[in-house]
Structure formats: structure tokens, C-alpha cells
Design a protein around this ligand. Sequence first.
Ligand code: NAD
Length: 310
Amino acid sequence: MSRICEGRVVVVTGAGRGLGRAHALAFAAAGAKVVVNDLGVDLDGTRAVGGAAGETAADNPAQQVADEIRAAGGEAIVHGGDIATSAGAASLVAAALETYGRLDTLVNNAGFLRDRMLVNLDEDDWDAVVRVHLKGHFLPLKHAAAHWRAEAKAGRTPVARVVNTSSGAGLLGSLGQANYSAAKAGIIALTLVAAAELGRYGVQVNAIAPAARTRMTERTFAESMAAPDAGFDAMAPENVSPWAVWLGSAASEGVTGRVFEAEGGRITVMEGWRAGPTVDKGARWTPEGAGEVALKLLGEAGVPGAVYGA
Ligand SMILES: NC(=O)c1ccc[n+]([C@@H]2O[C@H](COP(=O)([O-])OP(=O)(O)OC[C@H]3O[C@@H](n4cnc5c(N)ncnc54)[C@H](O)[C@@H]3O)[C@@H](O)[C@H]2O)c1
């Protein structure tokens, strides 16, 4: 039986560690040729691999993931560029096209954290985190989409897939993560727009909000992320990857512009903003009148989910 991603060419950003690594290995096991991207930075985005004495490109964790894929009989190449720059994103797409002659799936996953309470959040920490997540999704998506649009216009409409990575922080907010929550919420809006704009070119765009034990979570949420002594290790990153693989395969035909929470053995379709109780006076309100009706509407509305950590 043919595997679910047989022959597809898949780019995974931030695939040297954690969830991206698990996705890259899972796509390869599903028959895909994988472009394993990672800049090899520390958890706060500083110090890219290759910067320290004695380090070389071979120290990039992406190299180890590509070696693992090849050792298992799969095909992979390494891309060590920064996906949040236009040059890095363009060369990432070019690497897939030059090596394998095609691009079928883009998994946007790379990122890092700089957690601080809002009043202590420096402008630099805001910029760096919004840049790597939000711009780091936009740029690879833009360059991949330009290729797919050209293919469609040449009469070769692709079966293209994009899997973006949001977070519960982007869905509900998370204390101490204003920068990260804002970026991850932006990724959901980007997903909705991209799905609507790119469908005509054969491109489906969805997002996952994962939860798993990686260096991002293993200390902050040590207890809930710990592996059990026996039984199902729900927080292993490998549990999220089957959803990324399915969304990134031709089998997900017709599914686009959707957001899924994925954790352990659980998958949840997230249902986003929708109009709740409403009133239209057909004329301008006074502030006092607006306040009165707002309180009445809020009394009829559902209660929003709690911000993480609140
Ligand atoms: N672990 C979780 O529970 C969880 C929850 C929600 C969302 N996420 C998201 O999942 C994704 C993966 O996170 P993870 O937990 O596996 O973290 P991780 O730190 O293990 O992996 C992220 C990888 O991205 C790479 N990277 C960072 N900046 C880069 C850049 N500019 N260009 C290329 N590579 C870069 C890092 O070097 C690292 O290897 C992130 O987008 C994260 O926000 C994770």
C-alpha cells in the first residue's frame, strides 16, 4: 500500500528539535522527501549554531534529523537559514525546487520564546518573538504561494498544503506571553486569509495548536509534561505529528482555513469568533445607553475561556 505522503516534497521549518523534528521524521516515514530547516538557536532565539568556537554547520540539529531520515532509508536535505528573512524564506523554497524539482507541503513551525509580564516586556523581546513567529510564517508562505500560483497559471494546479503552527496562547491568551500570544493569534488570522486567497491555486492552509514536551515546555510545565513511568506518553511531540502529516497530505482534500488543537491522543476542531447577542437601534447610542445595552448583551453571552495561567 502506498504511504500517505509518498513522493511529496515537504518543507518543515524549525525541524531540528521538538515538534518540527517529530514532524520531519513522520513525513519521511510517510514517504515524503523532506527539507529540514533549522537555524539552531537557543530557546530565546539567540546564538545560532555555528557561532561558537569549534562549531560547524554539522552541529545544527537539522543535520542530525536529516541523517536520521537517511539512515531510515528516506530522503532529506538540510536548510540552515533564518525563515523570518525574505532571503532565508526564498532560499528555503528554492532548496526544495532545486533538489527535488517540486514543493507540495510547507509546515511553518519554527519559533522561540521570550516570556515576561507585559510591564517588563522590552521592545526587543516583543519584536523578536513577533518577528520569528508571525513574519516567520508569512515569508515562507508568501514564497511558496508565489511558486504554486505560477504552477496553477501554467496549467499545473498543485495539490499543495500549508500547516501553520499556532498555540493555545494565541487562542485564549497566556500570562507572561503577550508577545507570543499576539503572534500566535496573528497566525490564525493569516491562516484564514491565506486559505481564502490561495484556494483557487490548489493550496489548502490550516493551523494546529499543539501541546507537547519540548524544551519550550519541559521546564515551565514540568509536571503536566512529564513522561509517565508506563503507558501512553501523551505529551510526546510524536503524538502531534500524525495530524500535521494528514493535513499536509493529499488526503485532507477539502479541509482548509481550519484550526485544530492537537495534544496526546486528542484532536479538537477549534471554533473561532462568531457573532453573539446583538442589538441594532438604527441610530447612534449615547455612551450611557451603549453601556446599558452592552451589560444586557454580556448577560446573554457565553463566558470566554480563561487566559492560560490566569
Ligand atoms: N511545545 C509545545 O507545547 C507548543 C505549544 C504550542 C505551540 N508550540 C509551537 O510549536 C512550534 C515548535 O516548538 P517546539 O516546542 O518544538 O520548540 P523547540 O524550541 O524545540 O523547536 C523550535 C525550533 O525552531 C528553531 N528556530 C527558531 N528560530 C528559527 C528561525 N528564525 N529560523 C529557523 N529555525 C528557527 C529552533 O532552533 C528550534 O530548533 C513553535 O512554533 C511553538 O511556538 C509548541
